[in-house]
Design a binder for this molecule. Sequence first.
Ligand SMILES: Nc1ncnc2c1ncn2[C@@H]1O[C@H](COP(=O)(O)OP(=O)(O)OP(=O)(O)O)[C@@H](O)[C@H]1O
Ligand SMILES: [Mg+2]
Length: 470
Amino acid sequence: MAPEPAPSARGSEGADQVPRAEETPFRALLRKHLGTDPNDVPVLTERFEPWEHIVVQSGLNAYLAGNDRAHQAVGLIGSAAGGSFHVHPTLAQILAPASALSGAFEVGAPDWASVPTGAGRSAPCLQQGVLLITDPSGTLAVYLRQEVFPLRRVCLDVLAPEPESAAGFAAELRRLMSENNPYRRQVLRLTQDENHYFSVRFVPRPTFEGQEVVLPPGILELIEEHTIGIGLQRDRLLAAGRHLKRGLLLWGPPGTGKTHTIKYLISRLSEYTIIEMVGSQLGYIGIAGALARSLAPAVLVLEDVDLIAEDRGMPGQSPRRLLFDLLDMLDGLDEDADVVSVLTTNRPEILETAIAARPGRIDRAIEVPLPDAEGRRRLLDLYGRGLHLQVEDLDEVICRTDGVSPSFIKEMLRQAVLRVAPDDGPVVVTDSELKAVLDVLLDPANPLTRLLLGAKPEAPAMAHGRPGHT
Ligand SMILES: Nc1ncnc2c1ncn2[C@@H]1O[C@H](COP(=O)(O)OP(=O)(O)OP(=O)(O)O)[C@@H](O)[C@H]1O
Ligand SMILES: [Mg+2]
């Protein structure tokens, strides 16, 4: 952005014919630091989105830590500094000779806040203040402030006697922001804060111990090959002129492990930045794409994309349009970027038309089905860990759970534990507890419970004896 001259007291006919701005403590400080009247120095303003605030801070930290660079941080205090205005005035407004604001500030301590820089980590982030920077190439003053409208952007007003120094600072800052971006290699969830503003939240990276994902033989391998495997072949693929970008759709009934599988992938892709969204938030798809591009290697997780079809979306956006926007965003990602998009849905038929109209964005669709008998046996092993499963008629349990999801089996074992009389020894679960739990969970009189737990509306084992059932 081209530097904008600060409202200046300088006049073309000579300084002595123009009234100089009234001296204030802040202007005096700037004058001393810059070695000239701050009103004679152009202001370069750089604007950043609110969620980039911590990235700006990381860039500033790296810049200020540079060799031979010294700085002092000062704040502007006074009712006009933020509180009563709900917006920080610009440097141009503060320095304007005739401005009512110019005398309204005292120089004091800068305003810092502790903000998250990772899951369970935080660091100080300047909310408003001026950095007086000195390095061998000269002096700079950088005023950080926040706009309220539109959308709480973070602004840096840069004052440097030499315009090239301000531009050089801005370019170097952007480079350092990218190099030190605290979002990189983190798991990020795009969401809305309590005021409905877009926000980026850090979540801990899931951890898995051993074989915790139970899928039919070959399915997990296929998923890993298309996500992790292609990333491992990055150099070979690029050398051969092949693209790296890939898109995967996991589809299947509720509770079969689509989200669980993604968590497992995330646990293994520790070098990747993960950007997660759910269907109802897909209005932010443009931001998700921009983050994936700048933070690659990255995984874009777009859960329950069918929800877009029902969501009213952002004002002025139709759900159908959002779905196309999503596919266009995937299309817009650099072919050579190591970006994996993983979409999930219960209802692939809703996406069919859009995906068919925009071929190539999703290049693999994999069904995550309900477990078969062998799968249910493995799930009983998995979720029976830590228990003494003394089940004599395991086949009966396997048979009765035909058509249920893995999450149903997990819940079944949890409820069985609750039925065991508490004592200090190991929890022993027998046929009787499992039978009692299944009687309740599969009760035809309670179809909603079955549905909530991922069992078919009519569990076949219960329905077999019913007249008229085919
Ligand atoms: N295939 C599986 N292997 C092991 N555990 C599973 C599996 N599927 C589900 N679970 C267990 O059930 C829980 C719920 O499953 P999950 O949220 O992954 O289902 P989903 O397919 O994403 O469902 P939805 O379509 O409703 O989003 C998981 O956290 C996990 O504990
Ligand atoms: Mg899910």
